[in-house]
Design a protein around this ligand. Structure first.
Ligand code: C2E
Ligand code: CA
Ligand code: CA
Length: 866
């Protein structure tokens, strides 16, 4: 056999094996199905058969002399693989394997090849022969399959969902990383374990999961939402899907479980839906917040939720804490935030969450820990609630019953909640702002026309129901245009604000006030008589006309006021306003700072009243009033038991004015304080004087008005006066009327009890005429009931009046009170009263009220007190 540099055309097998003729056919088949090539020991291709040439896409001439390195696709395996191959071959080893090659066109060719050395006679390697078959298609297939598996496992590992694969017996074969992330179980803890064990430990209570697995046999999958628990007992709301896998023979072979954590999404959805629904339904803020707290405590029963607002003065204001006692919220109300004010006050102050693990020992809670500790609350984690602009407007807190940190779950919960709370709070402030804009005047902050009219309509309706009268005041500033023109609009605005403030300070809760337009204001007094209206108007005018400083200039403002009345002048606000407006113009025509009623009669009355008031003021100042004294006597013996001081006023112009006229006037115009002080001092002085003159007057009674008892200094003043005249407290009796029971001022009761404690006697005057409920008799420490003179007047001829006097006398007896019959004018009345068991009387039968001198005379003449 000849070997040349050229590749021979004799089939390689034939040439190598030098076959006998009978093998030639067989060899040619081999030559067709195997790619065969021979290489020199250094790897240079010597010859190759047709299939080899075809697989590589080279002609035999191109192949000849090519080094094996050129054919081998070293990029597919490590570069040294080829060298190692040849190293082994040189040592005479036969090598088999699956190798990558590069075709002439650059495509990859996989061959299952065997390389074998052929030895020369001297034992050296003569050449290397390779036999190969094309396995490119199979390798490619395998590669694709391998890639597929790789992608699938990548997918499983990185899935957010927890995946569990089990065999048909429910034995766990595979779990992905998400199982650990979600439930806290490692794959070692689960692999090979029964699937049920995992789910049983996850489940809150056994739900149909066990049945589910049994039913998987039937080829049906199962899906549901379950409340599962992690290894650390954290509740997780999960979507669970269990699918059976069936093998090619239709037999149930595996189970795939997909668990999806819905907790956040679900909580978000439920909380958000409920809170938003409630907000959309215009529920009050506190209700929305309570709902959020309740929902949170339902989802996480281990926490106690509390929401506080931070007001414009940086003080905490409780909004909701449904599981805490009200006293807790009250104690926090108004606490100003700061760097060491519990969890919430501090969180609000620094603008980030504050967690106090151990309330008992944390200095932040030192001044407040007496609140949570008795309730068993040991830790408090508070998160500020912020507006979208980052301003702190509230706090959201979790209290814990043990010393602990918040869980991841709690953190997510709070994130959702603070967001909703911020929304609700911002919405509330927007609503208030809109309300402010819609119903309040932006300059003065007073109600605007809209709100004023709405309030007035309500007031008219209530006056109609209660058959009361009501007054509408139309107030117009005098010379306001001049202020604007001379000092500029800002000064005008300042003046309007100041006047608004003055009006507001005078108006109390039952009054309605508003800015009508420009320099016009409206006040509705409800209920209100003409006389009361005059009193209020005078006070208002006095207040408005106080000098004020506007931009460095002292102004003397004044206002003209028009008054109309319901029902006399109109039945609706439009008419009443129109009348009040006309009345105001009328007032202006009479000069500045005046008032006028719409109706003429009223004007006249008001005018008279005004002059009378001026006269009374004058009389009080000049001590022109006098006191007369009417004795209280024992009905049986005629003995003197005391005297009642009654005010008398003789005016040079008006003549004798009855106290039934000037006392109400004094009450309405604020003069009653001065009048009563005078009456008290005068009575005490007189009593002391009589005694010093040797007249045994047992005591004096002084009439006081309800407003006198507003003054908390009254007891001290009275004691001072008594001391000044060396009198004992029981020398003085104060007569009050049932009207004190209609006055809600709390000072009244305090004063009455204090006076009683001091030993001063209290008498209920005009008993039987006023207040219907008798229950007050037990609440006021009285010593005397004064039976009203109207009963005494009627009793002679009226059986019903007699029954009433008898009843009053019985009430007095049963409550251990002295009953004094007023207005005893004749002997018949005296006898009847005495027969009924009444012991004390007062009236013309004994004497009219007398001047001090007259009383002394009377005493001497009757000799009853001497
Ligand atoms: P009052 O406290 O019920 O005083 C008794 C009134 O009955 C007195 O009227 C007295 O003159 C009158 N009176 C006495 N005996 C008889 C009688 O036999 N027949 C009739 N028809 N009347 C009799 P007066 O002095 O006109 O006082 C009227 C009311 O003015 C008093 O009623 C009292 O409520 C009030 N008042 C008088 N002085 C003062 C005072 O200094 N301060 C206060 N706050 N009120 C006073
Ligand atoms: Ca009286
Ligand atoms: Ca009386």
């Amino acid at each position: 056999m000849l070997y040349g540099k050229k590749v021979s055309h004799v089939p390689v097998v034939e040439r190598i094996l030098a076959p006998t003729s009978e093998h030639k056919a067989l060899l040619s088949i081999l030559d067709d199905s195997l790619a065969i090539a021979e290489f020199s020991p250094d790897g240079t291709l010597l010859s190759a058969n047709g299939l080899y040439q075809k697989l590589f896409g080279y002609s035999s001439a191109q192949l000849s002399g090519l080094h094996h390195r050129v054919l081998y696709a070293s990029s597919m395996s490590d570069a040294s693989a080829c060298d190692r191959l040849w190293g082994s071959l040189k040592n005479g080893q036969a090598i088999s394997g699956q190798y990558p090659y590069m075709r002439a066109d650059g495509r990859l060719l996989w061959l299952a090849a065997t390389y074998k050395a052929v030895f020369a006679a001297d034992g050296r390697v003569d050449k290397v022969v390779t036999f190969a078959t094309d396995v490119t298609a199979r390798v490619e297939q395998e590669r694709l399959e391998h890639e597929h598996t790789r992608l699938i496992s990548l997918f499983a590992e990185h899935s957010h969902n927890a995946l569990v694969l089990a065999d048909h017996k429910g034995c766990v074969l595979f779990v992905n990383d998400a199982v650990y992330r979600l439930f806290g179980y490692t794959s070692q803890e689960l692999l090979g374990k029964p699937l049920m064990q995992l789910f049983n430990s996850l489940q809150a209570q056994s739900t149909p999961l066990s049945e589910v697995l049994e039913h998987l046999d039937t080829g049906n999958s199962y899906r549901s939402e379950e409340l599962l628990y992690s290894k650390s007992r954290q509740p997780l709301l999960c979507a669970l899907r269990v699918n059976p896998i069936v093998d090619e023979h239709g037999a149930f072979s595996h189970v795939v479980c997909v668990v999806n954590d819905l907790t956040d999404a679900k909580i978000h959805e439920v909380l958000q839906r409920k809170a938003l629904e409630s907000m959309a339904g215009e529920a009050p803020l506190a209700e929305v917040m309570t709902l959020i707290c309740n929902e949170v405590e339902r989802i996480a029963p281990e926490v106690v939720a509390s929401i506080l607002r931070v007001d414009e003065h940086c003080a905490l204001r409780p909004l909701a804490s449904p599981s805490l006692p009200q006293s807790f919220a009250r104690a926090l109300d108004g606490v100003v935030i700061g760097p060491d004010v519990g969890s919430c006050g501090t969180a609000a102050f620094i603008g980030s969450p504050v967690h106090v693990r151990d309330i008992e020992n944390d200095p932040l809670w030192a001044p407040y820990k007496h609140l949570p500790l008795p309730l068993g609350l040991r830790a408090c984690w508070s998160t500020p609630i912020k507006t979208s602009a980052g301003q702190v407007i509230g706090t959201f807190a979790f209290y814990y019953r043990e010393v602990r940190d918040p869980s991841e779950f709690h953190k997510r919960l709070v994130q959702i909640c603070t967001h909703l709370c911020a929304l609700a709070l911002e919405r509330e402030s927007a609503r208030l702002k809109i309300r402010q804009l819609a119903f309040y005047d932006s300059l003065t902050g007073l109600p605007n026309r809209n709100l004023l009219l709405a309030n007035a309509d309500q007031a008219i309706a209530s006056a109609e129901r209660n058959q009361q009268s009501l007054a509408v005041l139309f107030i117009d500033l005098d010379r306001f245009k001049q202020v604007n023109d001379s000092f500029g609009h800002p000064a005008g605005d300042d003046l309007l604000c100041l006047i608004a403030e003055r009006l507001r300070s005078e108006a109390w809760s039952s009054e309605i006030i508003g800015r009508w337009s420009g320099d016009e204001f409206v006040i509705v007094l409800n209920p209100c008589t003409a006389a009361q209206a005059v009193g209020t108007v005078e006070r208002l005018q006095a207040l408005i006309s106080m000098p004020c400083d506007i931009g460095g200039i002292t102004l003397m403002p004044s206002a003209s006021i028009g008054i109309s009345q319901y029902p006399d002048d109109g039945h609706d606000m439009e008419t009443l306003l129109h009348c009040a407006d006309l009345a105001m113009y009328q007032a202006k025509t009479r000069g500045r700072g005046r008032f006028s009623f719409f109706s003429n009669d009223m004007n006249q009355l008001a005018q008279e009243r005004l002059t009378l008031e001026i006269a009374l003021r004058n009389a009080l100042q000049k001590q022109h009033l006098q006191l007369h004294y009417q004795p209280l006597v024992n009905l049986k013996t005629g003995a003197l038991l005391g005297v009642e001081a009654l005010a008398r006023w003789h005016d040079p112009v008006f003549g004798h004015v009855s106290p039934t006229r000037f006392i109400p006037l004094a009450e309405e115009s604020g003069l009653i304080g001065v009048l009563s002080d005078w009456a008290l001092t005068q009575s005490c002085r007189q009593l002391a004087q009589w005694r010093s003159e040797g007249l045994a007057v047992p005591g004096v009674s002084v009439n006081l008005s309800a407003t006198n008892f507003h003054n908390r200094d009254l007891p001290r003043q009275i004691i001072d006066t008594l001391t000044q005249y060396a009198l004992e407290p029981h020398d003085l009796t104060l007569e009050i009327t049932e009207s004190v029971m209609l006055d809600p001022n709390p000072s009244i009761m305090l004063n009455l009890h204090e006076l009683h404690t001091l030993g001063i006697e209290l008498a209920m005057d005009d008993f039987g005429t006023g207040y219907s409920s008798l229950s007050y008799l037990r609440r006021i420490p009285l010593s005397t009931l004064k039976l009203d003179k109207s009963f005494v007047h009627d009793m002679e001829h009226d059986a019903a009046a007699q029954a009433l006097t008898r009843a009053v006398i019985r009430i007095g007896e049963s409550l251990n009170l002295t009953v004094v019959a007023e207005g005893v004018e004749n002997e018949a009345q005296r006898a009847l009263l005495q027969a009924q068991g009444c012991e004390v009387g007062q009236g013309y039968l004994f004497t009219r009220p007398l001047s001090p001198e007259q009383l002394a005379e009377w005493l001497k003449s009757t000799a009853c007190g001497v």
